[in-house]
Design a protein around this ligand. Structure first.
Ligand code: 5RP
Length: 228
């Protein structure tokens, strides 16, 4: 008898619940952004695990956590976080990721950088050999967007300003987002270093320096735990 394979949504639920075992009671927890993280937030609230507080990476996650009774603490008040849990748009064999599909890449990178361990929760579709099929999000200062677009063009890629309902998207930090297609990012560290230095780039959505330490990958066979 053939069984229907789990949907992407079911795989996201699976890994969101699997991440609960990485939550350390009594400590601060870093929380990312996105539909997989939303499921994690719901599971965390339902679990009753008592954390000291959550450090959020976006207004969306902050609002969701607050509405479920989870205490949210400003990152500026916290020195180190033991665990940061977040999704990804792509993850490669070294644990390097493309992030920012939910436009929260800057705060995600900041919170991840203050965490000892990044636990990535992702369905199997996010697992890639080389980063770049997903359009790379890059948060930019608005006046620099045209020049940054030209620089990507010179690399053979196409950068497009992200819009929502016909309006230019403005991030939580008041900046614009470019989505860049046509890249193949084999050396994520060097790519992140290069693009981060372009004037006007706030954050590039390549997470190599802040790579995942563990990925909980949702597959048809269950949760695969990959350690980097
Ligand atoms: C938000 C992100 C998300 O983690 C990424 O887009 C994955 O989202 P989802 O869990 O909805 O697939 O980087 O900025």
């Amino acid at each position: 008898m053939s069984q229907t394979p789990p949907s992407q949504d079911e795989l996201k639920t699976l890994v969101a619940h699997a991440a609960l075992k990485y939550v350390v009671p009594g400590e601060y927890l870093g929380v990312g952004t996105g539909s997989t993280v939303n499921k994690f937030i719901d599971a965390l609230a339902a679990s009753g695990v008592a954390i000291k507080g959550a450090v959020s990476s976006s207004l969306a996650s902050t609002n969701r956590m607050k509405s479920l009774g989870i205490l949210v603490i400003d990152l500026a008040l916290v020195e180190r976080i033991s665990v940061y849990i977040d999704g990804a748009d792509e993850i490669d064999p070294k644990g390097c990721m493309i992030k920012g599909g939910g436009a929260a890449l800057t705060c995600e990178k900041i919170v991840a950088a203050q965490a000892d361990k990044f636990i990535c929760i992702a369905d199997a579709s996010k697992n890639v050999a080389v980063l770049g099929a997903f359009a790379l999000p890059v948060e930019v200062i608005p006046m620099a967007a045209p020049e940054i677009t030209r620089r990507f063009k010179a690399m053979g890629a196409v950068a497009v300003l992200r819009t929502v309902n016909g309006q230019t998207l403005v991030t939580d930090n008041g900046q614009y987002l470019l989505d860049v297609k046509g890249l193949q990012i084999a050396d994520a560290w060097s790519f992140e270093n290069t693009v981060s230095q372009w004037p006007g780039v706030v954050t590039v959505g390549v997470f190599a320096h802040q790579h995942a330490h563990v990925c909980l990958l949702g597959t048809a066979q269950g949760v695969q735990t990959i350690v980097y």
